[in-house]
Structure formats: C-alpha cells, structure tokens
Design a protein around this ligand. Structure first.
Ligand code: SF4
Length: 354
C-alpha cells in the first residue's frame, strides 16, 4: 500500500485530464446546523473516460454532480477546486460559467419530462439551445445539427416537430441526451439517466453512452445507484459514502476485488439471478449535519476496529491502484497500539449478520 500525499493526484499525463476536482466541499446552512453534503472530494476525469459515481440515496452524488457544473441553488456554499481544462469553475464569474454550459459542459437530467417544456416542440428546444450558443448559425444549419444529434440517438427526422408528450419515456431520455450533446461538449454529467426506465430502454441508454464515449471522446460523470450500469458503462468507479469518496479505481478490478468494506457491502446487496438470500447493509446512511466521528461508515461496518471512530483514515493506494480511505489498508504507523482490535458493537448499537 502507498499513502497518498495530500490529495488524490493521479499519475496521469496532465494534458489528458479534462476535469480535475480537488477537495470539493458543498454545504447548506439549516436551523440545525450545516449539512455537509459533499465534504472533501477529489478525482480526475480523463478525455473520453466515463467515471461512475455510486452510493446510497442521500450520500451526496447529485449534489457533487451539480456542484461540479456550478448548478447548485444560491443557498449552497462551495469551496475547493473544479478545474476544467485548467480554468477553475468554482471561482470563475457566473457569466463565463453560463457560456461554458452547452458548448463545453453538459448535463443529462434524471427526469426528462420535468426538463422538456410540454408546450414546446422538440425542434424548438434544439433551436433555443443552438441559438443561445451559435448566434451566427442559420436555421438550416441548426436544423441539420439537431437532426444529426437526434439521429445519433435513434430518433428519426419525422419526429422533429413532435411535442414531448408524443414520445415514450425512453425516447424522451434519448432526446435529453441529444440536447446535452448537440454542441459536442467535452464533459457531461449524466444524473441517474436510466431511473424510471424499464430494463430494455435502460440497456439502450447504456449502449448510447458507450457510443458517445467511443465516437465523440466525451468525458462522462455517470451518477447512479445501480452497480450493474457502472459495470457495463464505466471505465472507473468512485464509491461515495456520507459526502466523501470511500474508494475509487478502475471498474473491473474494483468490482472483483473491492478494497473498502462499503463497496463490498454494496456489491453483496446487489440482486442478480443467482441471488438466493437477500443481503442488506445494517443501519442507514448518517445525518450529514452530525456525521459519525472518524470513518463515517464505522457504525455500519462489519470490519470496524477501535481506531475507526477516532480519526478519518488517510487515502492509500492498493496494488490494483484503487484509492481507498480505510484503516484496513493502513498505514500501520498511524494506527495506535490496540487500534486494530475489533470495535465493541455494544458501543455502537448496530447489529451485524454473523
Ligand atoms: Fe470499516 Fe474502519 Fe475501514 Fe471504516 S476505516 S471502512 S470502519 S474498517
């Protein structure tokens, strides 16, 4: 194991990195105190790479996706760095950020019906987006661009002037993807793009995401709670728990040899055709106003040790190049004597399966 020095800087050629997030923090003030929805997240995204962000509901995935694009409500406070091709999206003027969204940064939303205006034809959605960012383009040019983007998603030109309600849920989601990609952005956040779709349509969307990666060199941050989608569509995976990334690495080795107990528990809870007994993670994700001390997963972790509630584990790198925050991977010199003894469960009050 190697102890990372400071942040999660990767040994990647710098010019290959499209997006570099360092120590990103997002919090909201409430009457009970600050909700730390994202609390010190770092990762890199390379050109043409898809990074899957996975975790239970309420772990901060969507806040992170929107925080990266500067799309959070005004009440949110943001600190840290989000470097897109060298420019910091956190500190840049809003006007500049708005100009980058569309031609450079894209977002595919969870529920297309709430994002497509039911009173506007699909053609008008495209003309509006294209006109905002390509003032000099003629209507014929914009129409061709829109039809090309829709065609790449399998939507025929005959449907160009239809209204959103005239499409199925899967087609609406493909239209949303076409809208996000029509200006060929370098980076796209896809936030639960297959939620509420049946498995056949879900498979189509995954195939489309794979095509985008191959044909357009687009970098994608794919947010989902579905590990199967990550396995099929992502090069790398980042597992988020309670506002932090517990583990990140290449998708295949991370799924075959998960380094963090939370990743292991998530994988064990996935239902497949071979499932004979349901597994669940005891307890619930913590309150982000007052999260557990030390490693935030310790009240639910089957491997928790005495050191775990005392301080947050530093990031270490495994032999499979996973970056993992867990005392099981050391560094031993930072663990106090007796720290590796099992944590007394009675102090925590969460029962674990034998
Ligand atoms: Fe479990 Fe401790 Fe690792 Fe946290 S640091 S995941 S509590 S073993």
């Amino acid at each position: 194991m190697t102890l990372l020095d400071g942040d999660a800087a990767a040994a990647t050629p710098v010019d290959d990195i499209v997006l570099s997030v360092r120590d990103l923090r997002v919090w909201y003030g409430t009457a009970r105190g600050a909700v730390r929805a994202v609390d010190g997240v770092s990762f890199d995204l390379r050109r043409g790479e898809t990074l899957g962000l996975v975790g239970e509901s309420g772990c901060g995935k969507s806040t992170l996706g929107r925080g990266v694009l500067g799309l959070l409500p005004d009440a949110a406070k943001v600190a840290g760095e989000v470097r897109f091709r060298g420019e910091d999206l956190v500190t840049m003027p809003r006007r500049r950020l708005r100009a980058l969204r569309g031609p450079h940064l894209g977002l595919v939303f969870q529920e297309p019906m709430t994002r497509l205006n039911p009173l506007m034809r699909i053609s008008d959605h495209f003309f509006e987006t294209l006109h905002t960012h390509q003032r000099g383009a003629t209507k014929a040019q914009m129409r061709q661009q829109a039809l090309d983007a829709l065609g790449a998603m399998g939507i025929p030109p005959t449907r160009f002037t239809n209204y959103p309600h005239e499409f199925s849920g899967g087609m609406r989601q493909r239209i949303m993807i076409a809208l996000a990609l029509v200006l060929n952005p370098a980076f796209v956040v896809a936030d639960e793009p297959t939620t509420a779709l049946d498995v056949l349509v879900e498979a189509q969307i995954i195939a489309i995401l794979n095509d985008i990666k191959k044909n357009f060199d687009t970098s994608i941050l794919l947010i989902t709670h579905n590990l199967g989608i990550i396995a099929e569509a992502c090069d790398r995976v980042a597992v988020m728990y309670a506002g932090r990334i517990a583990e990140q690495g290449a998708a295949r080795p991370t799924f075959s040899h998960p380094a963090h107990p939370y990743t292991r528990e998530l994988l064990a809870s996935t239902i497949s055709l071979s499932t004979t007994e349901l597994h669940y993670i005891p307890g619930a994700p913590p309150d982000l106003i007052d999260p557990p001390s030390g490693c935030r997963f310790h009240p639910r972790c089957p491997d928790a040790m005495r050191v775990c509630p005392t301080r947050h584990p530093p990031t270490t790198i495994t032999q499979l190049d996973q970056r993992v925050d867990c005392w099981l991977h050391g560094p031993d010199e930072l663990i106090p004597p007796g720290g590796t003894a099992p944590l007394d469960r009675e102090d925590i009050g969460v029962a674990h399966e034998a």
